[in-house]
Design a protein. Structure first.
Length: 64
C-alpha cells in the first residue's frame, strides 16, 4: 500500500509557549506519520509568529 504524502506546520508565537518547541512538534509529526503510514515530505515552521497574523512566511508557502 502506498503511503499518503503529507506536510507539517509547526509554530510557536512566544516564549510562553516554549514548552511546545518547534523540534518537539516536528518529532510528534514524525511519530504520528510513522504510526499511521504517512510519508512526511516537509515541515514548515514559523517561530515567534502570532496565529492572528496570516502574514507569516512559512504559512504563505504552505498555501501555495
Amino acid at each position: 500500500m502506498q503511503k499518503k504524502k503529507v506536510i507539517g506546520y509547526a509554530r510557536i508565537s512566544n516564549e510562553d509557549q516554549s514548552h511546545f518547541s518547534i523540534v518537539g512538534q516536528q518529532e510528534e509529526f514524525e511519530e504520528y506519520c510513522f504510526k499511521h503510514n504517512y510519508e512526511l515530505l516537509y515541515t514548515f515552521t514559523d517561530e515567534g509568529q502570532s496565529a492572528k497574523d496570516f502574514d507569516r512566511r512559512e504559512c504563505k508557502q504552505l498555501e501555495q
